[in-house]
Design a protein around this ligand. Sequence first.
Ligand code: ATP
Length: 928
Amino acid sequence: MNADAQREAVYGAPPEMLEARDDLTPMLSQYADLCAEHDDAVVLFQVGDFYEAFCGAAEAVARTCEVALTQREDSTGTWPMAGIPIDNAAGYLERLLDAGYRVALAEQVEDAEEASGLVDRAVTQLITPGTVVDEELLDAGRATYLGAVARGGGDGESHDSDADADTYGLAVVDVSTGECLVTGADRALALEELERLAPAELVVGPDCDLPDLSFDPMETPFEPAAFDADAARETLSAYAPRPDAVVESDAELRAVGAALAYAEYAQGDSKLAYVTRVTRFDPREFLQLDATAIRSLELFESRSARAGSTLFSVLDETACALGRRRLEAWLRRPLVDRDRIEARLDAVDALCDDALARADLRDHLSSVYDLERLVARVSRERADARDLRSLKTTLDRVPEIREALAGTDSDLLADLRDSLDELEDVRDLVGDAVVSDPPQEITEGGVIADGFDAELDEVRGTAEAGREWVSNLEAREQERTGIDSLEVGYNQVHGYYIEVTNPNLDRVPDDYQRRQTLKNSERFYTPELKEREDEILRASDRADALEYDLFCEVRADVATESARIQAVADALADLDVLRTLADVAVANDYARPEFHGDAASSAGSTDEAGATGEAGGIHIDAGRHPVVERAQDEFVPNPAALPRGSVALVTGPNMSGKSTYMRQVALVCVLAQVGGFVPAKSAELPVLDRVFTRIGASDDIAGGQSTFMREMSELTEILHNATGDSLVLLDEVGRGTSTADGLAIARAATEFLHDEVGATTLFATHYHDLTDAADDREGVFNLHFTAARRDGEVTFLHSVADGPSSSSYGVEVAQLAGVPASVVGRARSLVDETETDAESAADSGGGGVAAAANGEVDEAAEDGTLAAYVDGLENGHSQTESPSRATSTAEPNPELEAVAEALREADLVDTTPLEALNLLSELKGRLE
Ligand SMILES: Nc1ncnc2c1ncn2[C@@H]1O[C@H](COP(=O)(O)OP(=O)(O)OP(=O)(O)O)[C@@H](O)[C@H]1O
């Protein structure tokens, strides 16, 4: 049984309980019923202060949560049972979620003390990866999405676009905040968007056959009927008065309808009143970054040893959780609208110039609570009195935040300032109603402030008067009885009493009635004291009940303002990100990027400027890698001058900085389109439509797919989808196959990108032969990284220069990596031999070779044998028709050398036939 099946086996009513169905106690019978109704989750059944599970589910809970597996015995048998304490359930629930379980909380929905017979229970909440709302189970800095995907061409009639069954709708809901997004696109784009949103849980509509995704959502089976267009329209109409105006296709309608229906189901089948806005977007309104690009540019996850260093971590100077989530959303979705980008840049610029405003904003925003999640809790009736005070604390900051932006000359900041509704009504309501430091419990009084409600004040007054009467009683009774040691006290069990020590018992008046006998004293009460006590108790009980009712009313009143509070949250989130971008820019010396033209106009500019013209190109002066520069003491800034549609072939030794350089160019572009300043002295940039990356192969091996296959499918994706407005980064493409095939593929891809696609491309390669592609295409040019070689030691300079690299320094890098000296020495002599051969071939007129690498830095080399090879390629000759190829390559093949070395080292005199065979087979394997 696989893991999914194992989990599902404990869902539903336990078979052994079903067998004993008629004999079960009422409580277990209720448990079995609830399990049967919610057979897609482990039902955790509230019994007093615990959530219990029975039978197979109990075993799963005990194993996963590491709690004791006990037994419940009754007349019908012995049932395995495991429980988790409700008070600190979060940690256990998290374990169950992590283990892939879905959990249904069956809570007592009536007061156990008031219930006659069996307490009523109902599933109030389904807890799954995409529907968690518990603060302790959520990541403050990330949105937790539940997603739904639907395919077009189904049963809808109202939208023509669905004639194409290739239209996909995608919707996500963040149940903890009420954010709801919907989009639609063709399959490829919709899948890309799905990867970018990476919902924690996914409900997949009928006929949607999803491929393997790069993230790992829980796939939840949900009623296909929820994807029906009419049902979806009905669901959506509770959130948008004109459902069809929100979406643009039936696929979208069905996706958002199903997502909301499932979210409602998870929240106990109730409308999510705090989903006040369903927002539709078009993926093309944003810079498209697919999952591969997000991963390889290390926006959120680090793949290197510098764990934790990502663009997000460098930028994350946010002061509050609202800002942190917004920064993530902006980074995942940089803009393409030039005006919107400039508006953000103006705002960042203005804040960069105003240190005081920045500091004020940071200060105020750091005491802002997570309004989005707060308002959702208020709306779900889960907020306690402290939550409401947190809301007020946050709202108290709003006037100050507006004040900090008073004189701003940025339109965006001014708009945000103006949209900051001070919500005085809500603030005053909470301020008047809830005491400043309320207890966590809302049922035990002490929550509502004096003066808020006349009836409560009166009831409290009665209780207070009673207490005062009691507190004066001692003096009065001492005087009346003449017993100086007489004391009035109170305890939980017996209530108020008058205590008289044994020697004074003879002076006790007649109206004293005995309540309790102690060793040295007696305790009494009087009818009047009893009456007062009852009055006090009645009044405090009444006050507690009144307080609870009043609190619920206040909370409901606040809930009606959800949309206004969410708008404030929205503005605060934007402000926090803008001030963060400004803080980071100032702290790290970033510069404001400039854009030439907008995406639309630059797309058509090729003709005017030619494929290699300046228009729309990427021009960066002294650019830096924002993450790498922070991780080391010194970083060498590098320029980039990439005309629009050009292909830069980047060569250089291993470790010289090629990948860093390419990524930094992309990161500068991404950051600029987020609206941030960039790590450079200056940058003039185009508005890109997409960034594609094909970087590094090492981590794919773990994925099981053949590295080369993966590499080629990513390349295909790029060649199909890149446009003249795209930036393409290729690192070592073609490396996963034989040198000849790899070089041919790299060469052909370069030509295609240049001639057909016109995408601005950076291509890092170890195929020095590829550098010749620059000879016959104006838009293809070479860049290289330099190193200094002195006495056999290599120092990387990390600076980029024009032209191809002269040497790969592979042997030196091998030495740096600790490869044994004898191997390094042998490798070096082999390289020398090859170079000498190449030189003599050149001298004898074999093909126009310039002096090969001679140990000097920064010397461009051309390779005559390559010219022959390229000729072959261009004349349509396949590689096999070029017999000279295998022997004439200037670049030594390290694998061949290693095999040769192993053969040379083999001591045949001492080798048995079997060992010889093994060696042969091993060497053959290496060659293949
Ligand atoms: N501009 C720079 N200034 C300072 N150090 C740098 C610079 N660029 C790169 N480095 C350092 O050099 C290391 C190697 O860089 P990078 O991975 O970019 O090399 P590479 O040429 O792509 O190597 P390979 O060909 O082996 O993939 C980086 O981890 C970084 O520490």
